[in-house]
Design a protein around this ligand. Structure first.
Ligand code: NAD
Ligand code: IPM
Ligand code: MN
Length: 361
């Protein structure tokens, strides 16, 4: 499998190195082989080439069967005017490859029920997927801009969805529900926004093709509450770009930490970009304390969805479970009595678990 490895900035580099380590562990002893090409994306690319998404990176991504990405950006670069920093490399990459369907599975590992800020009985059994539309909405709508006329400063963005954009992600949502518990919850703000009125209408129309899937609609504000109050009631949640961004970080806490949440961003051709949901975490970067499991679990999603390697994907997930069951934790999911590991040691532990699960099989 050809993989483009884009570690990016901050802890993106640290956690991606662990996912690569795990892929190498899979390759040992006649396992699947990976051809990995590393490239720059984000501030590191801007500093080296004056562009957060250099042409060489885009080419490597296009040539790959799977893209493994870490995180991009820092608080300083976030605040510079987009035109002065070549826009946002990650957003440009998502758009260029048309990665419209962003799956963010939220699974409450039984071993981590005590690590969440929520009560055990609320999160026990949680197994849902947030499907976030990723190439449209207020992230990409035009016109957009900021007017800095002294005393009259103003700024505007445009929330926009087309029929084709909503319909294709709705289909992806129903199809995902079919592979799971056949429940789809569509989230919008149709009581206020025209984009959401259209969204709701179109999801309802697409639903006619999937009579076997139960469809519900929720408003995004109420959904933020339902997610925390009764997360077990949800199977697949389909929503727009901005609502999905916010809801998925909230949902991360159902798993104990944002450091546990992987994601897959797919286009119509099954090319996929796989990345942890978290960012570059400048507050903990360079300290070898970031949790690499979201990145490792993203690599498992890559093996499954872009590599067609179900057995290897399941082996990685089993290795993560094994390490958690053995009581190993990074700081973000630490519990009394557990053994605290740094980023690299956690990567080593998962790699070792792969070897031992394999020799036991
Ligand atoms: P963040 O996800 O980077 O961090 C939020 C909090 O969670 C921080 O306290 C951080 O220490 C903690 N955290 C995140 N990942 C962790 C991990 N693996 N292990 C342990 N703790 C972890 O979000 P932020 O602070 O809002 O943003 C930081 C930078 O990252 C910003 O520049 C932002 O634009 C960027 N960002 C990038 C992506 C991406 O590339 N996909 C996603 C989100 C944010
Ligand atoms: C995410 C991030 C990105 C987003 C940022 C870094 C552009 O928060 O992947 O969730 O908003 O999509
Ligand atoms: Mn986000």
């Amino acid at each position: 499998m050809r993989i483009a490895v884009l570690p990016g900035d901050g802890i993106g580099q640290e956690v991606t190195a662990q996912a690569v380590k795990v892929l190498r562990a899979l390759s040992a002893n006649n396992g699947p082989q990976f051809e990995m090409t590393e490239a720059l994306l984000g501030d590191c690319a801007f500093d080296a080439h004056g562009d957060p998404l250099p042409e060489a990176t885009l080419e490597a991504a296009r040539r790959a069967e799977g893209i493994l990405f870490g995180a991009a950006g820092t608080y300083e670069s976030d605040l510079r005017p987009p035109e002065s920093r070549g826009g946002h490399g990650l957003l440009r990459l998502r758009k260029a490859l048309d990665l419209f369907a962003n799956f963010r599975p939220v699974y409450a590992f039984p071993e981590l029920l005590g690590a969440s800020s929520l009560r055990r009985e609320v999160i026990e059994g949680v197994d849902l997927v947030v499907l976030r539309e990723l190439t449209s909405d207020i992230y990409f709508g035009t016109p957009r801009g900021i007017d800095r006329t002294p005393g009259r400063r103003s700024a505007h963005n445009t929330m926009r969805y087309t029929e084709a954009e909503v319909a294709r992600v709705a289909h992806a949502g129903f199809q995902a529900a079919r592979r799971r518990r056949r429940q789809l919850c569509s989230v919008d703000k149709a009581n206020v926004l025209e984009t959401s009125v259209l969204w709701r209408e179109l999801v309802g129309e697409v639903a006619r093709d999937y009579p076997d899937v139960e469809l519900r609609h929720e408003y995004v504000d109420a959904m933020a509450m339902h997610l925390i109050r009764r997360p077990r009631d949800f199977d697949v949640i389909v929503t727009g770009n901005i609502f999905g961004d916010i809801l998925s970080d909230a949902a991360a806490m159902l798993t104990g930490s944002i450091g546990m949440l992987p994601s897959a961003s797919l286009n119509a051709e099954s090319l996929g970009l796989y990345e942890p949901v978290h960012g570059s975490a400048p507050d903990i970067a360079g300290k070898d304390i970031a949790n690499p499991l979201a990145s490792i679990l993203s690599a498992a999603m890559m093996l499954r969805h872009s590599g067609g390697q179900e057995a290897a994907a399941s082996l990685v997930e089993a290795a993560v479970r094994r390490v958690l069951a053995e009581g190993y934790r990074t700081g973000d999911i630490m519990e009394p009595g557990a053994t605290r590991l740094g980023t690299q040691a956690m990567g080593d532990a998962v790699a070792a678990a792969i070897a031992s699960l394999r020799s036991a099989a």
